[in-house]
Design a protein around this ligand. Structure first.
Ligand code: NIG
Ligand code: FE
Length: 425
């Protein structure tokens, strides 16, 4: 078999070898590390992974691109399983409010926050939303993200929710980064339904969900289950309706107040419960029993500046599989830099670099139900590979705030070189 790309002499090759399922407890420390590693790619697939020299049955031709991995760390493409990629406008106006001590939920209550992005998204054209999200996707790719989840939820009416999801769909078709869509019509209660939120829940269930399903615009459904936003009971009803239409449940759970979101996520057997800063230990135990993935978002906690962070150590100890995301959005986490979230996960959530890499590869792939195709470097899997200009994984975490990516191979093609995107897409 002829190789199109060979990466050899790799100082640290992180394969994430092991079963295609969420890794828990001590498993999160086993990243399948190979020193002096080698990877060969043909077409869009990995054809060989090993140590030392390439075996003779792999043909090297004149066109084969040989990359020297000396002094480099090579990992599976990073998977970001929680973002609000497609939206209009920005919210730097909230910075002064935040510095003056105004709380995130109070800004929302006053009609700002998510609701101000809703206005900007409703007013933006398809092309404007597309261009803005494309720019973010390029940044994400340069930071090593090869698959990203994108939620709707800044439309809050059927037409704009569909518009957001159609933008994500077209970007998925045209941009190298793979996008997995989530319908999140239950992201906030629009002003018009402030006094009758049940009416809005009805619209989500009876109008939005069937239309999203009919156009096959989303694989998942998510709800912001939070004090003053959607109750546990409303979340349950929305997620059950979505499941009936083929969308798997995810929950923004216990981000700020301990509402019982983790417990609900276990009850409805959600694929993931995200945030979990205020989650109870009982809720975490229930999640562990049901195998619900905890998708933690430390960049959000950092940026909300409340000083509170998810208890990752407790979750890992209890056997909850942990994934990590940027939560990229214009309010609580305006950053595409997953490496920064990885740094916070290590230094603040006390996750080891091995646990962090497990969380952004195989566990995050599981959180999008894509673990059969991505999340590890194994023969037959998709050739989504990152070459970091760093001699080892500890260095990537330790030297924080910068982009360590040297090269990105996406679907077997080199799309980032020297940390910059290559060509027009
Ligand atoms: O995950 N908490 C709800 N949703 C987002 C924030 C959205 C926004 O502020 O625009 C989150 O933090
Ligand atoms: Fe979010």
């Amino acid at each position: 078999m002829k190789a199109d790309i060979v990466i050899e002499n790799i100082s640290q090759l992180v394969t994430m070898e092991g079963p295609d399922r969420p890794r828990i407890k001590e498993e999160m420390k086993n990243i399948g590390l190979i020193e002096n590693g080698i990877v060969a790619i043909a077409g869009d697939k990995i054809i060989f992974v090993g140590e030392g020299k390439i075996p003779s049955y792999i043909e090297i031709g004149k066109e084969t691109i040989i990359i020297d991995g000396a002094g480099k760390t090579v990992t599976p493409g990073l998977v970001d399983p929680h973002t609000h990629l497609v939206h209009g406008g920005s919210r730097e106006n909230e910075l002064a409010m935040k510095l003056n001590g105004m709380k995130y939920l109070d800004i929302l209550k006053a009609g700002g926050g998510i609701l101000s992005t809703v206005k900007a998204t409703q007013n933006a054209s398809f092309e404007e939303l597309y261009k803005k999200a494309e720019k973010s996707l390029n940044t994400m790719l340069e930071f090593g993200i090869t698959t990203v989840e994108a939620k709707s939820g800044y439309g809050l009416n059927t037409e704009t929710e569909l518009k957001q999801l159609r933008v994500a769909k077209e970007l998925n078709e045209k941009h190298p980064v793979d996008i997995v869509s989530t319908f999140m019509g239950a992201h906030a209660v629009p002003k018009e339904y402030k006094d009758n939120p049940e009416k809005f829940v009805e619209i989500i269930i009876n109008d939005m969900i069937p239309k999203v399903a009919e156009e096959r615009l989303a694989e998942f459904c998510d709800v912001f289950c939070e004090e003053g936003v959607f109750t546990v009971d409303q979340t349950r009803r929305i997620l059950n309706a979505a499941r009936e239409h083929g969308m798997l449940p995810k929950v923004h759970a216990d981000e700020i107040e301990p509402l019982g979101g983790a417990e609900l996520a276990a009850e409805v057997e959600a694929v993931s419960a995200d945030h979990l800063v205020a989650a109870s230990e009982a809720g975490m135990k229930m999640m562990a029993e049901k195998g619900v993935i905890a998708d933690l978002l430390p960049a959000t906690s950092f940026n909300l500046a409340s000083g509170k962070f998810a208890d990752a150590r407790k979750m890992i100890e209890l056997g909850v599989p942990v994934a990590l995301s940027t939560d990229y959005n214009p309010g609580s986490s305006p950053t595409e830099n997953l490496q920064l979230a990885m740094y916070f996960a290590s230094l603040i959530l006390r996750m080891t670099p091995e646990e962090v890499f497990t969380a952004v590869t195989i566990n995050s792939a599981c959180s999008l139900r894509k673990e059969k195709a991505i999340g590890s470097i194994r023969k037959g899997k998709k050739a989504d590979i990152i070459i970091f200009d760093s001699p080892n994984i500890n260095y990537i975490i330790y030297h924080f705030g910068i982009n360590h990516v040297d090269m990105v191979v996406k679907n077997g093609k080199i799309v980032v070189e020297k940390g910059r995107k290559k060509g027009a897409f």
